[in-house]
Write a protein of this length. Structure first.
Lengths: 121, 121
DNA sequence: CTCCTAATCAACCGAAAGGTTGAGTACCGA
DNA sequence: TCGGTACTCAACCTTTCGGTTGATTAGGAG
């Protein structure tokens, strides 16, 4: 994957197994085998999932003898949260303004999705 | 796509073009042709993107003559935000507890990511 | 009715995702 | 040194994704 950071994070969390792994890691660090245990997929598949999460910056892997404990990097969530909040706020602001406009013309339409007006272009 | 709601939302926003469309819609409703204009892809491709966003519950399409104005449903962001906040909080809480433990044993290790302890299982 | 515009549907294509099996690497323990 | 354990790498397979072109539906405008 050579996508932008935001796409990598969103895409990493678009898979339920990977979200599950993140949920598990929020409790505490774990090894690949520990993470793979609950699922009926091979440990290689989980290893691939971890690579995706790592590329997205959501987890890091250290080294402890032959074990490679996986650690959740929760701060990367900020990237998403900021993006989401930005457009949510913007959309809500817009809704509020539209509401004001409708309130300021009390004699106009009262059926919101009615496409009956002849608004010329 | 027959995935769970959360996967649909994350996956919908994993594409930069679709995030761009969401950003555009936060400013105001738009038609498919208007949305397609800035990109050098066909209008059919954009229509597909909108279908993905609609299936994720992020936008809705009404009908106004032969036009189908697209509207941003900002409230669906909540689903993501809740999921993210949950595990961020959990991870931060864990970090805080670990910090407390380390503080309560002042003679122990002082190199945070040092995997030198022989914690027996 | 006929034409134009807006948008979707359908079939297809190449690339990437998610899975598998099999081999390879790295480290510990006897 | 020889296994055994923990994990990754590589090749392959099938499904999904993002895009295309071409046909079709739906609704004004003349």
């Amino acid at each position: 994957m050579v996508a932008d950071p935001l796409s990598r994070v969103f895409s990493a969390l678009a898979d339920p197994t990977r979200r599950d792994i993140v949920a598990r890691l929020a409790v505490g660090d774990a090894t690949v085998n520990e993470l793979a245990a609950p699922y009926d997929v091979t440990v290689q598949a989980v290893s691939k999932h971890l690579k995706v999460l790592e590329d997205a910056g959501l987890v890091s892997r250290s080294r402890e003898a032959q074990r490679r404990p996986v650690h959740l990097e929760a701060n990367v969530f900020d990237l998403m949260t900021k993006w989401i909040e930005r457009y949510r706020r913007q959309a809500e602001e817009r809704y509020r303004r539209l509401d004001d406009v409708l309130r300021s013309m009390p004699d106009a339409v009262d059926t919101p999705p009615s496409p009956q007006e002849g608004t010329p272009s």
